[in-house]
Structure formats: C-alpha cells, structure tokens
Design a protein around this ligand. Structure first.
Ligand code: MGD
Ligand code: MGD
Ligand code: SF4
Ligand code: MO
Length: 708
C-alpha cells in the first residue's frame, strides 16, 4: 500500500479540454496530469453549466485508452494478402511517400475522383476531423456525403421548425415534465439526466421515456412507453388528436405560429388513441395518460433523440414528434418546448481549415453509408463516375460501423483498391488496409469543439506528448499536400493553432487560441425568444410546418449539386402520419432487430478497452421470454439471426426488457468479437432513407434459427 502511494506520481497540474467523441454532450473536461506527464483521472468541469461536473464512466477512465497496450506506434505496411494479418514496419517518410505515389497513380489512370478521402466522427474536433476536406478540395478528390448519423433526425426537425436549434437544454432543470423520446440518454448523453434529475428533485417533475425496450433510461421513468419500432409517428398523431378533442390544443398559439392547424385537426380525426394503440402496441390508457399529463403541464420539454429516427420512416417520425409541442403550445414557456440539436446556432466559419475556397460543386459527393455499393462499383452509387481505387481513412471504422457489412468488407478487400487507414488502434478497418499509420489521441493534439446537445464552443489544447512516432491528422494532411503538389494552396502550411485562430476570427468571436485557453469555452446560446421560436419559426412566414415541403431546399446536410430526393420519398405523408415504410416483419422474418448503443462504448470506440469490455460482458441478443419459450430456447443459448444481407451468431439473453417480436443488440462490438468474425452490421441495410439519405440502423427484419 505504502509502495503504491509512493509510486503514484504527484499531481502536477489539471489540464482543461473537451470530450472529442461523437456524443451530443461534448463535455468540458478537467484532466489530471502527473509530474511524469501521464494523465490520471478525467472529470467533468463543474463550472460548465451544461457539463455540471458530470461525465460518463468510459471517458473518466481515459487512461485505459491513452495507454492501451494495443496502441499503434509505427506505420505498418501490409505483407501478404489483405486482412491476412501480415505487416512490416516502415518509417513515416516511406509511408507518406507511398500514399502519395498510389494516389497519383490512381489519379493518372481514372482521374482525381477515383481518390476518396473518408472520415467521420472518431474525433469531433473541427481541425483534426475536417482538415481532410482541405486536401480533398485542393486535389479535386471525391467528396463525402455524410449520411450515417444525423440526416433523418436533422431533416425531420428542420422540415417542421425551419432551423436546427431549440429550447436551451439547461432549461430541462426548470421543466415540470421531461419527455425523453428515442434517446437512451443514460447511456448516450448522460448530462440530459443530470438536468432532468434536478427538475425531478427540485420541482417534482415527471419523466416520460419513449423507447422500444426497457433500457437504463426507461428504468428512471415515471411513465414508460415501450412501443413497437418505427411507430412513433402514430403515438404523436394520437397525442395531437386528443389535444384537439379535449381542447388542450393551444388555438391562439396555433393561429399565430402554425401553417395549417385546421387541416391538421381534420387529418387527425381518424387518428385517435384506438388507432394508435393498434399500431404502436401501447394501451389506449397509456396514450390517454400521457396526453393528459402534457395537456395539463405547460412546462413540458421534449428531448427528441436520434434513435427513433434510425428507421426508414424516421424523418417523418421526427417531424411528427416535433409537431406535438407546437399543437399544445409548450414552446411559449420556460422549461417547455423541444430540443434535438443546437448544431444550427454556432455560425462557426472553418472555411480556411476545410479549404472551401477550392471546392468545386461539380465534383461528386459519394454517400458515406453506401460505401459497400460504392466499392462494389454500382454505377448509381458512383453517380456514373470512375471507380474508387484509392482511399485515406481517418477517424472512422467503416468495416465495423457501416451498414451492409458484407458488401463493405468485400469492397475493402479488393486488390485493386489502395487503402491507408490512420488509426489509434488496430480496428476492423485497419486490419484490411494496405497501410496503417498511427494517430494521436485528443489530449495529444490541439483542437476546438462545438456542442450538438448544448451550446458551447470548447477548446481542447494539446496537454500531453504523444508517443514519439505517432502523428496527428493535421500532420498527415499537411505532409500529403506537400507530396501531392498543393502545399501552396490557401489554408496549407499553417499549424493547428493558426487554423483555430483563423476560425475564431472569421466566426466573429473576437478572441484567439490563447484567450480561449484562459476562458475554456464560449457559450453561444441564443436568446430565450430565438430558442423558443417566439420570433417565429425559421421560414419566411415564421410558421411551423405541419405540412412540410419534404423535398424542399431547407434540408441540412444536403451537399451542393443534385443529390436527392432519395429513398421512398413519394410516400412521405402530407401531414404527420404513420407510414409503413419500415421493414415490416413477415412470416420468413418474424423479428425486428434494433442495434442500440452500449453504455460503455461510443460507437466502435472503447470496444477495445478492458474496463468497458468487462462491464458490457460480451455481444448478446436480447429476446422476450414469450419468444424464447415459443422457440424453446433458454438464456445463454446460441442462435443465428439473418436476412437477405447476411447472418450472425449470438448468445441469447432472455429478458422482459424487450417486447415480443423485438430483438435488441447493444453496441458495436468488434467484428472479431463475434464467433464468425463478422459484426452486427452484416444485418443492417444501406438503402438511403427518404428524403435525404441516412442509415436505418434500428430497422431490420430478421429470422432466427437453431441449431447454429
Ligand atoms: N454510450 C454510448 N453513447 C453514445 C453512443 C454510443 O454508441 N454509446 N453513440 C453516440 C452517437 S454517434 C450518437 S449519434 C448518439 C445517439 O444517441 P441516441 O439519440 O440515444 O440514439 P441511438 O443511440 O441511436 O438510440 C437511442 C434509443 O432509441 C431506441 N430506438 C430504436 N428504434 C426506435 C423507435 O422506433 N422508436 C423509439 N422511440 N425508440 C427507438 C433505441 O433502442 C435506443 O434505446 O449517441 C452518442 N453517444
Ligand atoms: N449497428 C449500428 N451501427 C452504427 C450505429 C448504430 O447505432 N448501430 N451508429 C452509427 C452512428 S450514429 C455513427 S455516428 C457511426 C460512427 O462511427 P465512426 O465514425 O466509425 O465512430 P467511432 O467508432 O467512434 O470512431 C472511429 C475511429 O476513430 C478513431 N479516432 C478517434 N480519434 C481519432 C483521431 O484524432 N485521428 C484518427 N486518425 N482516428 C481517430 C478511433 O480510434 C475509432 O477507431 O456509427 C454508426 N454505426
Ligand atoms: S462521451 Fe459524452 S458523456 Fe461521456 S464525456 Fe464524452 S461528451 Fe461527456
Ligand atoms: Mo452518431
């Protein structure tokens, strides 16, 4: 004991940072740094009004990840066949020369669009994540249409509200009824619960949770609504029907703030609680009780998540749920209204770092979620252009996280595709690369972050030294630019700090890196009136749209050029409605599967650290006791589930947490954690969701069989 105490390095300082992960909370962090330059415990900043001293357990244990024994430290070139596991160490100069050589050769053969720099959300830093676009634009490589996460949710919201913002999430603490809809906040953004718990303790607020299984968040609910997957719009319709029926609809508000409340009321006459009960599987009494609660509670706050939008009707579901507080008029009250994302408030101008000056709208945007189809050479996915024959991958693990995994992996294994993966650890994607180069972690490089689920811009300066041979994304982009002949273009030849200074200046924030290092964060919250749309919703006439223009131009995330409308967009409803655009179970696929987040993972990140792995246990499939009994299966049995896209083997957990007919698999375990070496995304589809793309990760019909 004494030895342990003596060996514990003295706390030399506390560093300040922001969590880099793709979590709506974007917590402000305090990081213990020992005299030996190593980090200790990571904590939530108490002085930040949203973080309020609370962070999740996985990030508190960050030392597990930073000092992981599997941390990549040397560039590795493939020896033998793709995915065969043979590597030889090379130095950085050789590695960068090789990428440049292969990119030039590919371009000479097929033109610049054959190169596809591919990136995503492993880090949310505006410099390290998005700097790759500077190279893409300067070299006229194929752009990425980023669809994997937010497209359904953001599009659905903006179609109703006209702008991507909402009632300040700190107001949750002043609410009398907090509706947590389709987000497993305890696992995926714990700070929502901090503020909701305050409302409950200080004001006796009720917490309502709407999900498809009894997850950690639903366990905290006063009213738990466990509905069938993909039926949220039916619930929303019944809530609005009851409001018009019972006179709890706020008519003066509607007259002033909505496009066609009379049309909506007429449309909803046939969509009462009986109708909705038949679709959602909820009891009529549950729907009535929920409607009565929000009808009697002005300060009702709808925290609308991503989960319920990862259905093929998810864009319409978001719009329908968002229509509810408009009908009841909750928006007018502090602690009332709705929130999904603040991504529309920041006005951040990162144009120098992302090289928008070199962006040519004629260059194609390839759909990130359709990587499998792109690599299979499907001409519609390639938009008639050249095949993709060279890629640089940063901060994403598509061999694991992308839908339609068999197609993705087959594509990544193509011998004529050169792929360089810049990674921190040997992920499923890195294993399939021609070249793996080692990447820094967030505490080892400078960056700046923007909240999604709150309103702060927070600095994340370099706090500790990386291993000697590990390099940042910024370094790789800069070195490739030199070798590829674009280093003299605007935006290159600068440090991360220079780019952050420029971003702050162009965004009108009137401070530089050093000022922000002192301040730590900037709160960009808009006024109460703007957050609650009391000056009007984001359309020229200021009115909320009950009749959205689904294929109109207000969609966020839609790239310049001609993408969309996509998917089954002709079936999107005129007014909020339930549409069976989902994968409906059928006799040969009797179950619906959702692939929800694991509390101890962050997408595929942390699936490598022992602290997270041991707490999660292992990949399992939750099944309802009635289904297990009918199939004559006991807890712990191995089963195979599948559909036209593929099949995987999983261990059963029999639990009343799920609904009959609904299977839940939590987390993105590594493909190698499954008995057959293929992950859960073998089952999910990459067909684009209407109207502007996205992946319906929680909308998958499957069969189940034994023996396996
Ligand atoms: N611990 C942890 N935190 C995370 C992540 C993680 O993987 N693990 N991922 C991060 C990322 S990238 C994102 S985008 C966010 C997403 O965070 P969330 O907004 O929470 O979205 P999801 O995690 O997709 O799903 C949330 C819940 O929606 C449920 N759900 C699925 N289908 C339906 C439906 O039809 N109706 C309803 N009502 N519910 C449904 C799922 O079962 C799940 O419980 O979380 C971030 N935070
Ligand atoms: N079945 C199913 N699949 C899903 C989901 C689901 O709910 N179910 N959720 C989807 C969602 S919402 C999202 S957002 C995607 C996210 O998927 P990804 O964008 O792939 O996100 P992560 O798995 O968190 O991170 C990917 C990698 O980034 C690396 N990384 C982190 N920081 C850096 C850095 O600074 N530099 C470099 N070079 N690498 C870095 C990490 O080591 C990690 O391996 O997954 C999607 N996939
Ligand atoms: S993963 Fe989310 S809750 Fe955890 S520290 Fe990061 S931002 Fe906060
Ligand atoms: Mo995401």
């Amino acid at each position: 004991m004494l030895e342990a105490v003596m060996n514990k390095p003295l706390l030399a300082s506390t560093g300040h940072s922001a969590c880099p992960h793709d979590c709506p909370s974007t917590c402000a962090l305090d990081v213990e740094i020992g005299a030996d330059g190593r980090i200790g415990r990571v904590r939530g900043a108490r002085e930040n009004s949203y973080t309020a001293g609370v962070i999740c357990a996985k990030v508190a244990r960050y030392a597990d990840r930073l000092y992981h024994p599997g941390r990549l430290t040397n560039p590795l070139q493939r020896v033998g066949e793709k995915g065969g596991g043979g590597w030889r160490e090379i130095d950085w100069t050789q590695a960068l020369d090789l990428i440049a050589e292969r990119f030039v050769a590919a371009e000479q053969r097929y033109g610049s669009e054959t190169v596809w720099p591919y990136f995503y959300a492993g880090t949310m830093g505006l410099i390290q994540r998005d700097g790759i676009k500077r190279l893409t634009h300067a070299k006229r490589y194929s752009n990425q249409f980023s669809t994997i996460c937010t497209n359904m949710a953001w599009t659905g919201w903006v179609m109703g509200a006209g702008a991507l913002r909402g009632a300040d999430p700190r107001e949750i603490a002043k609410s009398d009824c907090v509706v947590i809809w389709g987000t497993n906040a305890v696992a995926s953004q714990v700070n929502v619960m901090t503020h909701a718990a305050r409302a409950r303790k200080e004001r006796g607020a009720k917490i309502v949770v709407i999900d498809i299984y009894d997850n950690a968040t639903m366990q905290q609910a006063d009213l738990a609504l466990k509905l069938r997957p993909g039926t949220d719009a039916a619930l929303a319709c019944a809530l609005m029907h009851i409001a018009f029926r019972d006179g709890t609809a706020d008519q003066p508000y509607l007259t002033h703030f909505a496009d066609d409340p009379t049309g909506l009321e007429i449309h909803l006459r046939s969509r009462g609680p009986d109708w909705a009960a038949g679709i959602t599987g909820l009891a009529v009494e549950e729907i009535e009780a929920f409607a009565a609660l929000i009808g009697a509670t002005q300060r009702t706050y709808f925290r609308l998540g991503y989960g319920f939008t990862r259905q093929r009707n998810g864009t319409a579901a978001m719009h329908a749920a968002l229509s509810v507080p408009a009908v009841y008029g909750h928006w007018q009250y502090e602690g009332g209204g709705a929130f999904h994302s603040n991504s529309g408030i920041f006005g951040v101008d990162a144009s120098l770092a992302t090289g928008t000056a070199h962006l040519d709208p004629e260059i194609r945007h390839l759909d990130q979620s359709r990587l499998g189809a792109v690599l299979a050479g499907e001409s519609e996915a390639l938009q008639g252009g050249p095949p993709v024959t060279a890629m640089l991958v940063q901060n994403t693990n598509p061999a694991n996280v992308c839908p339609d995994q068999r197609k993705v992996v087959a594509g990544l294994k193509r011998e004529d595709l050169f792929i360089a993966v810049h990674e921190q650890l040997m992920t499923d994607t890195a294993k399939l690369a021609d070249l793996v180069i080692p990447a820094t972690m967030f505490l080892e490089h400078d960056d700046i972050y923007r909240g999604g689920g709150q309103s702060h811009i927070t600095l994340g300066p370099k706090l500790v030294e990386p291993p000697e041979t590990v390099r940042s994304n910024h370094f790789v982009v800069e070195e490739l630019a030199k070798r590829l002949g674009v280093a003299n273009h605007e935006g290159f030849g600068l440090t991360e700090r220079n780019l952050i200074d420029d971003l702050l200046m162009r965004s009108g924030l009137e401070r530089d890196f050093s000022d922000l290092a002192e301040e730590r964060w900037i709160d960009k919250a808009v006024t109460f009136e703007d957050a609650h749309f009391l000056n009007g919703f984001g359309f020229a006439d200021g009115k909320f749209r009950f009749r959205p223009d689904w294929t109109g131009t207000v969609a966020p995330n839609r790239p310049p050029g001609s993408i969309g409308p996509l998917g089954d967009h002709g079936r999107l409803p005129v007014f909020p409605d339930h549409v069976d655009m989902i994968e409906v179970s059928d006799p040969s696929h009797p179950y619906k599967l959702a692939t929800s987040p694991a509390r101890q993972f962050l997408n595929s990140t942390f699936a490598e650290t022992e602290g997270s792995r041991s707490r999660e246990g292992g990949p399992v499939l939750m099944i309802h006791p009635e289904d297990a009994a009918r199939e004559d299966l006991a807890d712990g049995a191995m089963v195979r589930i599948g559909n036209a896209r593929g099949d995987v083997k999983l261990r059963l957990r029999v639990t009343g947490a799920t609904r009959p007919g609904v299977l839940i698999h939590e987390g993105l375990w590594a493909n190698s954690d499954f008995p057959d070496g293929e992950g859960i995304n073998v089952l999910t589809g990459a067909d684009p969701v209407a109207p502007y793309g996205g992946a319906a990760f929680h909308d998958t019909k499957v069969w189940l069989s034994t023996p396996v």
